[in-house]
Design a protein around this ligand. Structure first.
Ligand SMILES: Cc1ncc(COP(=O)(O)O)c(C=O)c1O
Length: 440
């Protein structure tokens, strides 16, 4: 693949030319305020108050590479990759070309009843990608509409394969917010509390990284059939578990004939410097939930598993017991096929490792602890809520960042992994200045 072509757009420095948001952004947020449930997009400005001045969100209208433009023509550098999705950059030309070609060919398929050719090709490509050193392969999958559904399908697969309903998950874990996934998510009590009476009681949460004996004791009850874990926690604050811990979970699952599920939705596809975060520890799960960057910006997830495990679903009798109207949508599958090709052509894991090295080289000598791995890093800010202030300050400078960690004391950095050197250097200077400003 031609490197200059892939790098041709979206690698500019920020340019902020209005207040944030500017007048067009404010009028769009007014419409949002009238028509979106108030619980969704954070807006601090209230009717009748002075507007703008960072109180309302900017509205995205265009993006390319690492750049995002808002409704007022301000240009930003996105250090979040839009929640870790745009690993190869926003609107990558190869992905756009694949979507455009597919749009005139076949837009919609017919789920589990009639497969479409793009869905078939994608599942074969996913199986290749989920083949580990030594040949073990998670070569069968169920495609889903996003991450939370992928987690739910992984949990259903584990329940069928183990014959036991209990699940062990971990503190500060984030697995999504639909009911099945929310039962396993521990990230914030606020997310669970209003619905707790409707959440399945089959999940037991243990401390992330706890002593293996604690997990072993929980497995003794004979009810637990699965362990669900992020191999590196994402929203929980870029937390790497102790060395050997994932291997200990693997051994415990083998001993108790339980299914080991890795939620690689955030960490997968090169983000942490290896194709899968579990490869850092040489541990292979039975099932993996994947999503986010897989389709280059379109919604897609999958549960991928070893065929012996997937066999537990039995043969379809004509009506799949897990499916949906848009299962394996051809346009999304075409985007994913193009994305996987680009990821391999540009060696995404190497770019993630380079980003980690540059980030550590900049921040560690300044006394700032960097955690996480590859292109999924967190800067420790030391006090609760400080990340939100730093985020506001980086936004004014034209850089999009997100707080992470349960206490909001970590600034997450999960950029497109082809960030240019100039963008990266400017971003680091902006973050350092924002940290000082947040202290004033
Ligand atoms: C590790 C992990 N699992 C699951 C999810 C849920 O994915 P989605 O938001 O696509 O439902 C996320 C989203 O941030 C995630 O980071």
């Amino acid at each position: 693949m031609d490197e200059t072509w892939t790098l041709s757009a979206g690698w500019a420095l920020p340019e902020v030319i209005t207040t944030l948001p500017g007048p067009r952004g404010i009028s769009l947020v007014d419409v949002l305020a009238r028509h979106e449930c108030p619980g969704i997009t954070a807006r601090r400005a209230r009717q009748g108050e002075a507007r703008g001045l960072g109180k309302d969100p900017i509205t995205w209208v265009r993006a390319a590479g690492a750049n995002v433009w808002d409704a007022d023509g301000n240009r930003f550098v996105d250090l979040t990759a839009g929640f870790g999705v745009a690993s190869i950059g926003h609107t990558h030309p190869a992905v756009v070309a694949a979507i455009t070609a597919q749009a005139t060919t076949l837009l919609h398929g017919m789920g589990d009843v009639f497969p479409n050719d793009r869905r078939i090709a994608l599942m074969a490509a996913l199986a290749r990608r989920a083949t580990f050193a030594g040949g073990a392969a998670l070569s069968q999958c169920i495609l889903t509409g996003g991450g939370a559904e992928a987690v739910e399908v992984a949990l259903k697969t584990a329940a069928l394969a183990s014959g036991r309903p209990g699940v062990i998950a971990f503190s500060a874990s984030y697995h999504g917010l639909s009911y099945g996934a929310l039962a396993a998510t521990a990230y914030k009590e606020d997310f669970r509390a209003p619905f707790s009476a409707q959440l399945g009681q089959h999940v037991r949460h243990l401390p992330f990284g706890c002593a293996p004996e604690v997990v072993a004791a929980a497995l003794e009850d004979g009810v637990v059939g699965a362990i669900l874990v992020e191999p590196i926690q994402g929203r929980g604050g870029e937390v790497v578990p102790p060395p050997g811990w994932l291997g200990a979970l693997r051994e415990l699952c083998d001993r108790h004939r339980a299914i080991l599920i890795f939620d690689e939705i955030f960490t997968g596809f090169g983000r942490t410097g290896a194709w899968w975060a579990c490869e850092h520890e040489g541990v292979i799960p039975d099932v993996m939930a994947v999503g986010k960057s897989l389709a280059g910006g379109l919604p897609l997830g999958a549960a991928v598993a070893r065929p012996e495990v997937m066999r537990a679903w039995g043969m379809s009798k004509g009506e799949a017991i897990h499916t949906s109207t848009f299962l394996g949508n051809p346009i999304v599958a075409a985007a994913a096929l193009a994305t996987l090709e680009v990821m391999e052509a540009i060696d995404l894991p190497r770019r993630a490792r380079d980003f980690e090295a540059a980030t550590r080289a900049y921040f560690e000598p300044r006394g700032i602890t960097v955690r996480g791995r590859g292109g999924m890093l967190g800067l420790e800010l030391g006090s609760p809520g400080r990340a939100a202030r730093v985020m506001g300050s980086t936004l004014k400078r034209g850089f999009l960042t997100l707080p992470s960690g349960v206490a909001g004391d970590v600034l997450g950095l999960t950029p497109p992994l082809m960030l240019s050197d100039a963008q990266r250097r400017a971003a680091f200077d902006a973050i350092a200045a924002s940290m000082e400003e947040a202290d004033e």
